[in-house]
Design a protein around this ligand. Structure first.
Ligand code: MN
Length: 273
């Protein structure tokens, strides 16, 4: 399969495959939407499949859905104005083409999006699934995880809040173009600590630490998130989960350099342009 990647410094670094055939092959066994219903039929156009490169390899990971958990660290739940003790987990989605791949060792240009005056960072551990299912017990859930990456759940906070105040959907605040920067995927087998249950997660802006916490402080662990999600949705290979951000989210402006770190993974850096 011929893969070409754009320069990491460009706005997006989506990887492209050769249209529906490659997409269908990449997603085979993964639902029916990407397959032509009849081999004699031809698609009227090609739709780009999103891939995330796998670290230190020629492999790429096809993204089917992006799930994100909300308010999953106690102090962040409090700063968002909710009760961390009572709230069950809740999830939203971003479109797969919101992925902006950021190669290690680069600072990717990240465009300040339209319509917002309060654009926020949220550093998050991302888990990528290579198996799916329904009603997965938490004890079995990590068996679905292929690997992990550093991600940013970029947020137009003013729009998110305004929509929340009006009891309208969050899409415009959370699910816009390039709202999901991500580093390469690291297969579980390549991680010295295996599955992430703990470890420091942090974010700096222009060299000043803004967010710093430990992954063990998640209210709902990655395994619990998978178990919970699988009760609401059938999960499939290719689904990825942004596992929530710690406290001290905040705004960026054009020119800021945001550096994200999770212990054991390479840094991920973006510059707001
Ligand atoms: Mn988030």
């Amino acid at each position: 399969m011929a893969i070409e990647t754009t320069k990491a410094t460009r706005r997006t670094a989506l990887l492209k495959a050769g249209g529906v055939t490659a997409a269908a092959a990449a997603l085979s066994g993964c639902g029916s939407t990407s397959r032509l219903p009849d081999s004699r039929q031809k698609s009227v156009l090609q739709v780009q499949q999103t891939f995330i490169p796998v670290a230190n390899s020629e492999l790429v990971f096809p993204v089917r859905r992006i799930y994100c958990i909300g308010r999953n660290y106690r102090a962040h739940a409090i700063e968002m104005g909710s009760n961390p003790d009572r709230e069950p987990p809740f999830f939203f989605q971003k479109p797969t083409d919101a992925i902006q791949y950021v190669a290690p060792g680069t600072i990717a240009d990240h465009t300040y999006p339209p319509l917002t005056k309060n654009y926020h960072y949220e550093v998050e551990l991302v888990a990528a699934l290579h198996k799916g299912g329904r009603n997965i017990p938490a004890a079995d859930a990590l068996g679905l995880v292929y690997g992990y990456a550093v991600g940013l759940d970029m947020t137009r906070r003013d729009l998110q809040r305004a929509m929340g105040d009006q009891k309208k959907p969050w899409e415009i605040g959370k699910s816009f173009d390039r709202s999901a920067p991500i580093g390469p995927l690291h297969p579980v087998a390549s991680l010295s600590g295996g599955h992430y249950q703990k470890g420091e997660i942090s974010l700096s802006v222009n060299g000043t630490t803004k967010q710093r916490a430990d992954l063990s402080m998640m209210i709902w662990s990655v395994a619990e998130q998978i178990a919970n999600l699988s009760q609401a949705f059938e999960l499939y290979p290719g689904d990825i989960i942004y596992s929530g951000t710690p406290e001290n989210v905040g705004p960026v402006v054009v020119g800021d350099v945001v550096v994200c770190n999770i212990v054991g993974l390479p840094s991920m850096s973006i510059r707001i342009v």
